[in-house]
Design a protein around this ligand. Structure first.
Ligand SMILES: [Zn+2]
Length: 486
């Protein structure tokens, strides 16, 4: 069966085919670490995770890169405003590096809570400065970039395909621009390097051929994708001719413009090759009274919800169960409904697990379960139609519950194996011992706080308490990890 994905570039569902056989090279735009990632942000990361898991289910090996933006992302999302990290660093009176570290840790912890698989790489923008400079140099040499009053700009007139992803053309872009930058030839041109920003006291700065400054936001994703997913930076020297088109590039719908449109323009101008064959965008998460946004102070994080007693399963299920291209209206009743759905699955699986009797193999049930597995795959093949796929799961649950007294140990094991296989795609913690109870989670939080205050006595006491409750805690440089002893 062939997987079809909706490609934002062609605006239609297309058969997915990887460039190299059995290997998918995928780039996901990751968080800007100036504040907590909220559950709306996490919708994009859960979508990327679901996509990766499903590609793996289909037999592909997935090389996945998700970046961490720690410089260059301005408050205006384009070339206007202050760098988000710089702004947070002034507000919180910490260095931009401390801000980035703190919110990266929080992001990774929440990712782990949601059972998001670790990508092949999580590159940080600040660690790719030389590569960004090299990209800008190539763009300048090839005539796509110009220097003006010490800043470097991408000249979108030189790239007539600009707008092919988002549908924004030069004309309407120039019309809608509010703030005028006198250094730009076209108001729709975008910044590649800021050596002359109006924010003079910028803390994160690097030397460059155009003066001390910092890169525009979009440069990072172009170079990190090129370096980590192709050979274009062999021996740390940018060789545009060695760039290989990647299979999939994803991000939230708000990344489509300007971020992805500009990434695409840079990469394709520098290399002469398509950046990615498939561009996939997930829709927003809304609250009943509007969009969840940091600028309006209305955010809910994964940790907030866990502290309120919601399970990581319920949060993951909620973010996963609406089709990625549909808006998700979030409120607590959705979480509660998700929890009920998960409980229904778990209850049935537990009954199957406790089955000890030997009974005759029920061919009829086996063929029904097999047909449902195929239905699950058929739904997911249709641009990850998760509602259809989950519908199949619940039909199977109903069928199993109806015929429970006919199922013996051998067959229940077979059904459990099928569910485990499906669950590799869903990534829920269906086994009782896999999920960390809230009580344990709160103890871990308390221990973390004690360790930050160098209160080793309390830290040790909590460790012993956790042990008594059946959990072993280990400390490493990323923080604490926990394992069930049973
Ligand atoms: Zn990006």
């Amino acid at each position: 069966m062939v997987l079809k994905l909706y490609n934002s570039l062609t605006k239609k569902k297309e058969d997915f085919k990887s460039i190299q056989p059995n290997l998918v090279r995928m780039y996901n735009c990751g968080p800007t670490v100036y504040s907590y990632a909220h559950i709306g942000n996490f919708r994009a990361y859960i979508f990327a995770d679901l996509l990766r898991r499903y590609l793996e289910f289909k037999g592909y090996q997935v090389k996945q890169v998700m970046n961490i933006t720690d410089v260059g992302h301005l408050t205006g999302d384009s070339d206007e405003g202050e760098d988000k990290l710089e702004k947070a660093s002034k507000l919180e009176k910490k260095s931009p590096q401390e801000i980035a570290q703190f919110y990266t840790d929080a992001f990774l912890k929440d990712s782990q809570t949601l059972n998001i698989q670790e990508p092949f790489a999580r590159p940080k923008a600040t660690e790719y400065m030389q590569e960004m400079i090299q990209l800008i140099q190539v763009l300048q040499e090839k005539g796509y970039a110009y220097e003006s009053n010490n800043n470097v700009y991408f000249n979108i007139e030189k790239f007539p395909e600009y707008g092919k992803l988002s549908g924004n053309n030069l004309e309407n872009l120039n019309k809608n621009r509010v703030e005028k930058d006198p250094n730009k030839r076209n108001q729709a041109d975008f910044v590649l390097w800021f050596a002359n920003s109006k924010y003079k006291n910028h803390l994160q700065k690097w030397d460059s051929p155009w003066g001390i400054g910092y890169p525009g936001w979009h440069a990072e994703c172009s170079v990190m994708a090129a370096k980590l997913l192709s050979d274009a930076f062999k021996n740390n020297k940018f060789k545009p001719e060695l760039f290989e088109t990647i299979d999939i590039h994803t991000g939230g719908i708000d990344n489509k413009f300007p971020h992805h449109e500009c990434e695409l323009a840079q990469t394709e101008s520098a290399t002469g090759k398509p950046f990615a064959n498939f561009w996939l965008h997930n829709a927003h998460l809304h609250l009943k009274d509007g969009k969840m946004s940091k600028s309006e102070g209305k955010i809910i994080t994964v940790s907030d919800l866990i502290k309120e007693g919601y399970s990581s399963n319920a949060i993951r299920y909620t973010l996963l169960s609406t089709h990625y291209r549909q808006s998700l209206v979030f409120d607590k009743t959705v979480l509660e409904a998700s929890q009920k759905s998960i409980d229904r699955i778990k209850e049935t699986l537990q009954k199957l697990e406790s089955m000890r009797e030997q009974k005759e193999y029920n061919e009829n049930l086996a063929s029904k379960i097999n047909a449902m597995l195929l239905e699950f795959e058929k739904s997911m093949d249709d641009d990850l139609n998760i509602s259809g796929a989950l519908g199949t799961v619940f039909e199977a649950i109903k069928e199993i519950n109806k015929t429970l007294d006919l199922i013996g140990q051998e067959q229940s094991q077979e059904i459990l194996n099928s569910f485990n296989n499906l669950n590799k795609v869903l990534g829920l913690s269906l086994n009782q011992s896999q999920e960390i109870p809230q009580e344990i989670y709160l103890l871990l939080e308390k221990r973390k706080e004690a360790r930050e205050n160098k209160d080793w006595k309390t830290s040790d006491l909590i460790r012993d308490e956790l042990k008594a409750k059946g959990y072993e805690v280990k400390d490493n440089k990323e923080g604490q990890t926990i394992q069930s002893i049973s």
